[in-house]
Design a binder for this molecule. Structure first.
Ligand code: HDE
Length: 707
């Protein structure tokens, strides 16, 4: 065989059927076209020199060494070698989208924040959702808090509301943050486990840090395994201030509520989704937005004055506490719509730099010690990650309102002020000046006292709201919290840490502590942990804290997986599709082969997945629409049996045609068929099935199975 490298022309063009060189481009048919100057299809170096050969480095002779004068090679490799920037210390794995905030009504009486003055006004924004613990390449369905960071490009500067999907935090003082994060991330000697709290270091830290117990109850609940970013709430966590034009201050807590309602997966499902589709959440957001189904959240506020704060059971500056909605109702002030994916992930989602200290005039801070610490930390981290003080020049971080200042130079400066004056005051009549009327003014709160390193007494109650959260859950949700605690603590290898954790649970709920202790196989119950303040038993359940008590009662935005085979009834499948479309829900097809199947009427049904690639964990409900022969053939495949047994075990609604029974028989499910199994034999049945699916899960099954 001739060695192509021996022939000059072959060597230059090896592996390059549609070579673009200089001003000539080869078309689809192999013909050469003249391309215009500046044509975007012509490869150039970073400095604009057109590139003639992007496949072969410059060598001394066909088999000789590479020459140092190959500036194109050097330019290309140099840039590639520097592609990575440091990932975020926490929240490394994230996914973002563009959209807008639409204001409902004028809040001029409460705040002078410009974006909240005029009803109907839209403010562009960017959101980044994230997990906290895992590294950038970890999976989406880790049991973890989700970041919910919103950057609103208001006409008076950026407002970054950098929140989470859980309304409280682990610690009360920012000084503890590095220890918290060190304890939860992979252990330094072994560099595992990743993206999980289920290891000794974390539970050791937590068991020594009772203030974290309220947040722990949230993290052990299904809130930490959301079905989708689209179905989770966001919270500003801290108490902030609104300040109006007269300088009057009102305390405010921020809540984002998803229009599609709340929904989570179950733990066994999360574990399997991580294998089947580690990008489950980002794919979900991508698909929703690309298909025009734009997710929406309403921005709610809880507003209160100093008198309310003084009367409230807990300190409103303590970020480990909530104000229950039943005590102080929320009020919707606008909506957020996400309607555009970034053109490039790195440019926007990776380079976006959120900072809690970005607030426009009219929004101010409280003295929450965690918020105060964050205001310091976020600026610091951006310099480390983005490498220059000029990170604010990047399009995703730059405000969309005019900016005028005398900041200049530094690495990668994109726009220095024009003209002679780069200082003020100056007598050249050039440049901006401060605006005492319009500009940001810190709320003139009276502050007096000694300098102290101290935690206020009012932060001392660590268990009462943890208990309130637990007793606000349904029986199913409480069972999930217990299982999560057992799962996590059973991964702890040091028995005394397990015991310490149970001693904290004793202060929250005795039956919960007993259940967890029994499942951990603890030899005896420990005494309750020493508490600075006894747990209050009088706080009433808050229904707003439960996911299941706040179900959407709609199947909108959810997805059904239909299992088909050769001989499937195409009309029935069509009817199911129609019923789901009317609910604004989606249908995806799982078939023995991804090429699809031939329906009973000889039409072709295209598939989205083959059986291996489309396990039932990817769907909110499933329908078995096979022919009898198809069901018999699938019944011989473990993966098809997993499809039905998983759907069953995860309490999903299962629609089926009579022909699919062999699958249930082989999966040993016939004796256990409950009301969550829905016959779907006619077009009307498909509509009924979708209606039933509005409940999202058939929880009675789990109740019965675990009784
Ligand atoms: Fe963060 N946090 N945080 N955090 N946080 C970061 O900033 C920090 C806290 C939150 O999608 C870092 O750019 C301190 C609470 C989100 O880019 C860092 C303290 C809440 C994101 C940082 C906290 C959050 C971050 C890491 C304790 C919920 C991701 C990289 C005082 C209200 C934003 C970065 C994105 C990111 C510091 C506590 C939310 C290191 C010091 C409480 C959503 O600066």
């Amino acid at each position: 065989m001739a060695n192509p490298a021996r022939s000059k022309s072959k060597a230059r063009h090896a592996g390059d059927p549609a070579k673009v060189g200089g001003k000539l481009k080869r078309g689809a048919g192999g013909e050469l076209h003249q391309v215009a100057e500046g044509d975007a299809s012509v490869t150039t170096t970073a400095f604009g020199t057109p590139v003639s050969d992007d496949q072969n480095s410059l060598k001394a002779g066909p088999r000789g060494p590479t020459l140092m004068e190959d500036f194109h090679f050097r330019d290309k490799l140099f840039h590639f070698d520097h592609e990575r920037i440091p990932e975020r210390v926490v929240h490394a794995r994230g996914y973002g989208a563009h959209g807008y905030f639409e204001n409902y009504e004028s809040l001029a009486d409460i705040t002078r924040a410009d974006l909240l003055q005029r009803p109907g006004e839209k403010t562009p924004l960017f959101v980044r959702f994230s997990t906290v613990v895992g590294n950038k390449g970890s999976f989406d369905l880790a049991r973890d808090v989700r970041g919910f960071a919103v950057k609103m490009y208001t006409k008076e500067g950026n407002w970054d509301l950098v929140g989470n999907n859980i309304p409280v935090f682990f610690i009360q003082d920012a000084l503890r943050f590095p220890d918290l994060v060190h304890s939860i991330k992979q252990e330094p000697d072994r560099d595992f486990p990743q993206a999980t709290a289920a290891h000794d270091n974390f539970w050791d830290f937590i068991s020594l840090m009772p203030e974290s117990l309220h947040m722990i109850m949230w993290v052990m609940s299904d809130r930490a395994i959301p079905r989708s970013f689209r179905f989770m709430q966001g919270f500003g966590v801290h108490t902030f201030r609104f300040v109006n034009a007269e300088g009057k201050s009102t305390f405010v807590k921020f809540h984002w509520k998803p229009k599609l309602g709340l929904q989570s997966v179950v733990w066994n499902e999360a574990v399997k989704i991580n294998g089947a589709d580690p990008d489950f959440h980002r794919r979900d957001l991508w698909n929703a937005i690309k298909s025009g189904s734009f997710p929406e959240w309403e921005l709610h506020v809880q507003l209160f004055d100093q008198a309310f704060a003084d009367d409230f059971d807990f300190d409103v500056l303590d970020p480990t506490k909530i104000i229950p909605e039943e005590v102080l109702p929320t009020r919707a002030i606008g909506r957020m719509v996400l309607d555009r994916m970034p053109d490039n992930f790195f440019m926007d989602t990776e380079q976006v730099a959120f900072m809690t200290q970005n607030v426009p005039p009219g929004i101010d801070f409280s003295n929450d010690p965690l918020l105060q610490g964050r205001n310091f930390s976020y600026l610091d981290t951006q310099l480390k990650r983005l490498g220059s003080t000029n990170f604010s020049h990047l399009p995703i971080n730059a405000p969309k309102c005019p900016m005028h200042h005398f900041q200049q130079d530094g690495h990668m400066a994109m726009h220095n002020p024009a003209g002679r004056a780069n200082y003020q005051p100056n007598s050249w009549g050039e440049g901006p000046r401060e605006a005492p009327e319009r500009g940001d003014v810190a709320y003139p709160e009276e502050i007096e006292g000694q300098k102290l390193r101290i935690r206020p007494e009012s932060f001392a109650d660590h268990y009462s709201q943890a208990r309130q959260f637990y007793i606000s859950q349904t029986e199913i949700e409480q069972a999930h919290i217990a299982s999560a605690l057992v799962f996590e603590i059973s991964k702890v290898e040091t028995p005394k840490i397990r015991v310490r954790m149970v001693s904290h649970l004793m202060n929250i709920d005795q039956p919960l502590a007993t259940k967890v202790a029994a499942k951990l196989g603890l030899a005896e119950m420990p005494s309750p942990a020493e508490a600075a303040v006894p747990t209050r038993q009088d706080l009433p359940p808050s229904p707003a804290l439960s996911i299941l008590k706040n179900g959407p009662n709609s199947f909108m935005g959810r997805k059904v997986g239909a299992l088909v085979s050769d001989g499937t009834d195409a009309r029935l499948l069509q009817a199911l599709k129609g019923s789901l479309e009317r609910e604004s829900a989606m249908l995806e097809i799982v078939a023995p082969a991804v090429g699809g199947v031939i329906a009973g009427d000889r039409s072709r049904i295209d598939a989205n997945y083959n059986l291996d690639g489309g396990p039932s964990v990817l769907f909110d409900a499933v329908v078995l629409l096979t022919s009898e022969q198809g069901a018999q053939e699938m019944a011989r495949q473990p993966v098809a049996l997993d499809f039905v047994t998983d759907a069953f075990a995860h309490s999903k609604f299962i629609g089926y045609v009579a022909e699919a029974m062999p699958l249930f028989e082989k999966a040993n499910l016939t004796a256990m068929m409950d009301d969550g199994f829905v016959p779907v034999d006619s077009a009307d049945d498909t509509a009924l099935f979708v209606e039933i699916c509005r409940k999202l899960r058939f929880w009675d099954r789990e109740r019965k199975l675990t009784a």
